[in-house]
Design a protein around this ligand. Structure first.
Ligand code: XIL
Length: 362
């Protein structure tokens, strides 16, 4: 213990000891007396520690973000409806502000996302004279969108979620039965990756998906990726969203999932992690808030320790900075108060933070 702490300043030692012995670290004491140690620094050389941010919180929480994270992703600003709301009319101002912020703090930048059924603007499907757009027109539009966006951030965004949530395990071909599939056909995923690679050959290209630990979904994703690989489509990795709960999935299942994809020679990234105190779309708290937060800290620690066995995992990105900004409280009942992130609503480190901090190799 003492050996491992050698080299740390006295201030951080006090905090670490507090955290190790389970003594609750009073946020105000931690905030005023000693600075919170940096998560990004603790994990440096191991895993990039990321946060989803927006144009506002890079201003209001800029210091916290820059101190604690080594990577950012735009929570919404790089999605297709935001960057090309009307055909050929590109808006990169909000995303540019995030990129400038990241660059001024030497942070890595992930890009999210180039194609997502929930965020495709309607103009994509409209053809001439009120007719629906056909395959060729949609592919030409997709190419133009990807060329413009990936081209704009060439050399700056190191990894793209090229396609988001395309898997549907209930379909015979494992792909979601959406407009992309209906209008273009099975190979729209291939085209998206090929266009992205052409626009920035150095960018690492990811297929991003939720619930990758679930057996049927995982089997389908593996099958789709093997198809991409057989056809020589440039896919580098899997983005595991990991919108999880204090109740599921089991850490062993996450471990097994990462192994299954690493076996295909792919890089794994955790792209949108948060850990809800609730079950999905359920407004009931099954224990006291304190117990649930303690469970959350324990599970975050277990997950991050497990990641040491996975050189295939290169980044873990939290889907938000503080509990005040979590998307899990958007469109939720008024009394729904989820706290899935590492910092509380006041921006103070939670038990979850200390667990992830302590899980880093030192
Ligand atoms: C969410 C954002 O957090 C919200 O602010 C927005 O209203 C909807 O999208 N999976 C994804 C993310 O890939 O892009 C989603 O982000 C959360 C689920």
């Amino acid at each position: 213990m003492h050996k491992r702490l050698r080299g740390f300043g006295l201030a951080s030692t006090i905090i670490i000891l507090g955290a190790c012995t389970g003594t609750p670290v009073t946020p105000h004491v931690a905030a005023s007396a000693v600075p919170t140690p940096s998560l990004a620094k603790a994990w440096q050389g191991q895993v990039l520690i990321g946060a989803a941010v927006d144009e506002k919180n890079i201003q209001s929480q800029g210091t916290l973000i820059a101190d604690q994270f080594s990577s950012v992703v735009a929570e919404n600003a790089m999605k297709p409806m935001a960057t090309e709301p009307r055909e050929g009319e590109f808006h990169f101002e909000a995303a540019d502000a995030i990129v400038r912020f990241a660059q001024s703090h030497n942070m890595a930048i992930r890009g999210h996302t180039l194609l997502w059924h929930l965020h495709t603007p309607d103009w994509m499907w409209q053809g001439k004279n009120g007719q629906p757009a056909d395959r060729d027109l949609v592919l030409a539009r997709l190419k133009r969108h990807i060329d413009a966006e990936v081209g704009h951030y060439k050399g700056q965004v190191y990894a793209w979620d090229v396609v988001n949530e395309v898997i549907d395990e209930k379909q015979p071909d494992c792909l979601r039965n959406d407009k992309w599939h209906q209008v273009v056909g099975l190979d729209y995923v291939d085209y998206a990756f090929r266009y992205a690679h052409a626009a920035d050959p150095a960018a690492r290209l990811f297929i991003n998906e939720y619930s990758t630990t679930e057996t049927a979904k995982q089997r389908c994703l593996l099958r789709v990726i093997q198809g991409l690989q057989e056809r020589g489509v440039p896919v580098n990795g899997i983005g595991h969203q990991m919108h999880i709960s204090v109740f599921y999935p089991r850490v062993e299942d996450i471990d097994q999932t990462l192994t299954a994809f690493a076996r295909l020679g792919l890089e794994n990234q955790i792209t949108e992690i948060d850990m809800s105190l609730y079950k999905w779309k359920d407004n009931h708290l099954y224990d006291t808030r304190d117990n649930l937060l303690a469970l959350q800290a324990r599970r975050y620690g277990d997950i991050m320790r497990m990641i040491h066995n996975h050189p295939d995992v290169t980044a873990a990105t939290w889907w938000g900075v503080t509990d005040a900004g979590t998307w899990l409280n958007q469109d939720a009942p008024a009394d729904h108060n989820d706290q899935p992130l590492l910092f509380d609503a006041q921006g103070q480190p939670k038990g979850a933070f200390w667990a992830v901090f302590k899980a880093a190799r030192r």
